[in-house]
Design a protein around this ligand. Structure first.
Ligand code: ZN
Length: 152
């Protein structure tokens, strides 16, 4: 699932949880729950617009990064200032599972290997079937719009 969609879930949680550490933890757990829902990102590696796999992943990650930054600025400006700290903590918590995974990919550290396996397997824990990349993209955009609407 795109980081933008995960961050959106975190931003919503931050509106309802006032404790900063709890908000972080809730964001982290919510990430793993959302990853269980099919979201079509698997197909990024077959994306026809770009020739090789690394380019596809790099372009998708770049768009995602722009998405997170743009939406975070929007959420910060459209939520109650007293929710700012927990909201940022929950966003950080909801991005952390993928950051940890990225850290494993970069370092191949054995300490993170069990985590990488868990994170990968959680995607197929309930649903075995993937949806298409287009469906997944649409689903996540709708999700971000609803989350943004809840935030304010
Ligand atoms: Zn994930």
């Amino acid at each position: 699932m795109y980081i933008t969609a995960h961050a959106a879930a975190g931003a919503v949680l931050g509106q309802y949880i006032s404790s900063v550490p709890l908000a972080f933890l809730a964001g982290f757990v919510m990430h793993l729950i959302l990853d269980m829902i099919p979201h079509g990102d698997e197909w990024i590696k077959d994306w026809k617009w770009f020739k090789n796999r690394m380019t596809r992943i790099a372009v998708a990650s770049f768009i995602d990064l722009i998405g997170v930054i743009t939406m975070s600025i929007y959420w910060i400006n459209h939520s109650d200032p007293k929710n700012l700290a927990p909201m940022l903590a929950a966003i950080a918590g909801s991005v952390a599972p993928d950051a940890l995974w990225g850290l494993y990919e970069l370092t191949k550290s054995p300490i993170l290997k069990w985590y990488r396996t868990l994170h990968t397997e959680i995607h197929e824990l309930i649903f075995k079937k993937e949806i298409s990349m287009k469906q997944g993209f649409l689903l996540q955009i709708i999700f971000v719009i609803i989350a943004t609407w809840i935030i304010g």
